[in-house]
Design a protein around this ligand. Structure first.
Ligand code: HEC
Ligand code: HEC
Ligand code: HEC
Ligand code: HEC
Ligand code: HEC
Length: 447
């Protein structure tokens, strides 16, 4: 029916046109008619584009972003495809986690009798470099100013290191720090026997050992290796004052004012992300605070400017935390040998210079591939089963056998975790002085 109705007039028109062209002679042209009325204003796509695509907005920010490790860091490439790592390392994985409210719980798998970590993305979303739309959820939705900043999430975070039982909720500045802390939070330490998160309360309050020195010991809940470490993003937990093994002691676990009044954005991004907020390679969308103390008073928090030579607000508190880190490290030894690994190379140790011995937060345990200079015995490699791993050659096995055996008490393990947290928050206490000081002081007293 439709076809027929449509074809008839078309056919007729065709016949007339054909007849007109072939049989009629054209006369002279008539006069030009008057101009028609102006049409109604349409949306000028080019103008709305320019609101953002101009040298002072997106273009400027994209240039700043080149100096952000979110952009130039390589972890997004290295971890692509890994569903457990990409929630914090890759754009699509992060967006998937947020959109689907993936829980950070651990649940018991009845088949294996072990707990599994649910904080994973799916394989088809385990990719993507961190970029503008990782944090800005509405780019090109309406092509108006309401598309920015529209942050992907500012919701409180059920922390993955606690299997979701503790919450980070950094309320300053509309909760924007929660966006950062969703990724900048530690990964869980797991109990080797149960697969569940390590019980920090038990570490802090009970005697006992997590590793007795026997590689096949039936009660060991940690298998120490070079990589027995708190993952790099410790800042969120330290800022919020919820990441440590809280040994009872002389200092109470409370947070500095920064935790409630300052946001990551206040100190790391300058006021607005404009040109004037850049100080060298810091501020704005570089996201780094390194070398930029202008934000301390720009937001009206500190009444006068703070510089890197200020004693009471920069040099002294940092020196105090550095001394506490050094002292705690000196107590973490086995037969006179450091448990903590040293690495003076600033290219591979992001925390070089923060302690006198340049600890990097890893353990001083031998591994022919990952830590050939390690000085204590490797009870079992983190990758290979067996002791020593069957892939080692005889010389490696012989060398390993000459090294002192590692044992770890609950107290040592707890102190080790606290050391890693306080070293790897980078700022030597500026993030949350009171919390770092309490963790380190009470750990030292415990050992
Ligand atoms: C509210 C701000 C905003 C508006 C309005 C806007 N854009 Fe964008 N646009 C962005 C941002 C942010 C990016 C990402 C820039 C980057 O990755 O460096 C982007 C990226 C792009 C890209 C690069 C491809 C991509 O998706 O990454 C093109 C092309 C583009 N925009 C075209 C347009 C056009 C055409 C318009 C107008 C119709 C427009 N934009 C309006 C913010 C905006
Ligand atoms: C999607 C997860 C994610 C979010 C959200 C995120 N970050 Fe990051 N951030 C990372 C990762 C991953 C790295 C390291 C990248 C690499 O090395 O490849 C990083 C690196 C950094 C660095 C550089 C650290 C260094 O080693 O030099 C700073 C500073 C930083 N982020 C601050 C922030 C701030 C401030 C926010 C919030 C505005 C934020 N980040 C939001 C994942 C995230
Ligand atoms: C809960 C979030 C989270 C998870 C899950 C996570 N990471 Fe990270 N990772 C981070 C953050 C945040 C940083 C950057 C910390 C910084 O520099 O301040 C980082 C840094 C790194 C770095 C150092 C990059 C550099 O700049 O040198 C490597 C390597 C890395 N992660 C590997 C992994 C691997 C492998 C996994 C999975 C087994 C993983 N990460 C899982 C948050 C996470
Ligand atoms: C790691 C998270 C993150 C990434 C990646 C990111 N932004 Fe932002 N951006 C923010 C946050 C947080 C704010 C809000 C700052 C504030 O409230 O002062 C913001 C604010 C903005 C604003 C508005 C405020 C201003 O500075 O005028 C623009 C425009 C913007 N971002 C563009 C971009 C572009 C373009 C990119 C990519 C090149 C990008 N952002 C990447 C977190 C991010
Ligand atoms: C009170 C201000 C302040 C707040 C709030 C703050 N930072 Fe920092 N941050 C600093 C300072 C200062 C440094 C050390 C800079 C240096 O070494 O010179 C630092 C260092 C860092 C570093 C490593 C060095 C770098 O590139 O800046 C990361 C990563 C980081 N902070 C992430 C965060 C995250 C994520 C938050 C929010 C959860 C946060 N910070 C909150 C001031 C702050």
């Amino acid at each position: 029916m439709k076809l027929k109705n449509y074809c008839q007039p078309l056919f007729l028109a065709f016949v007339i046109l054909f007849a007109a062209q072939s049989c009629v002679k054209q006369g002279p042209m008539g006069l030009t008619g008057a101009d028609g009325k102006d049409g109604a204003n349409g949306t000028d796509a080019n103008e709305t584009c320019k609101m953002c695509h101009n040298p002072n907005t997106v273009e400027l920010i994209a240039t700043q972003f080149q100096f952000s490790k979110h952009e130039y860091g390589e972890a997004a490439f290295e971890e692509t495809g890994n569903v457990g790592c990409t929630p914090c390392h890759a754009q699509e994985a992060f967006k998937y986690i947020v959109k689907n409210s993936v829980p950070s719980t651990f649940t018991l798998n009845p088949a294996t009798g072990k707990y599994v970590n649910n904080y994973n993305t799916i394989a088809s979303a385990a990719y993507g470099e961190i970029g503008c739309s990782t944090c800005h959820s509405s780019l090109h939705n309406t092509y108006t100013s309401s598309d920015l900043p529209s942050l992907t999430t500012v919701a409180p975070i059920a922390m993955t290191m606690w299997g979701g039982t503790k919450i980070i909720d950094l309320k300053a500045n509309g909760g924007k720090s929660n966006l950062c802390a969703k990724c900048h939070q530690p990964r869980p330490f797991t109990n080797a026997l149960t697969g569940n998160v390590l019980d920090y309360v038990a570490l802090a309050t009970t005697t006992g050992v997590v590793f007795d020195g026997n590689p096949t010991g039936a009660t060991n809940i940690i298998k120490p290796s070079y990589r027995t470490h708190t993952h790099y993003g410790t800042v969120g937990a330290i800022v919020a004052g919820v990441g440590g093994v809280e040994f009872p002691g002389t200092l109470t676990y409370e947070s500095s004012t920064h935790a409630t009044v300052a946001s990551c954005i206040d100190c790391h991004m300058g006021a607005k992300g404009g040109k004037s907020d850049l100080v060298g390679r810091a501020g704005g969308h570089t996201f780094t605070a390194k070398g930029n103390l202008t934000t301390c008073n720009a937001t009206g928090c500190h009444t006068s400017a703070i510089t890197a030579t200020n004693s009471t607000l920069w040099l002294n508190p940092r020196a105090e935390i550095k001394t506490l880190l050094n002292t705690l490290a000196s107590k973490l030894t086995i037969g006179g040998v450091d448990i903590l690994n040293r690495n003076p190379d600033a290219a591979t140790n992001m925390w070089a210079g923060l302690t006198t011995n340049n600890y990097d937060g890893y353990l001083n345990i031998y591994d022919p591939i990952t830590n050939p200079a390690g000085q204590t015995n490797n009870p079992s490699s983190f990758k290979f089963v067996g002791n020593p791993p069957s892939t080692w050659n005889q010389a490696q096995k012989d060398y390993n056998a000459t090294l002192p055996t590692v044992t770890l008490s609950n107290a040592q393990m707890g102190a080790l975790i606290n050391f890693q947290l306080c070293l790897r928050e980078y700022s030597l206490g500026i993030h949350n002085f009171k919390y770092s000081k309490a963790l380190l002081t009470n750990s030292i007293a415990k050992l």
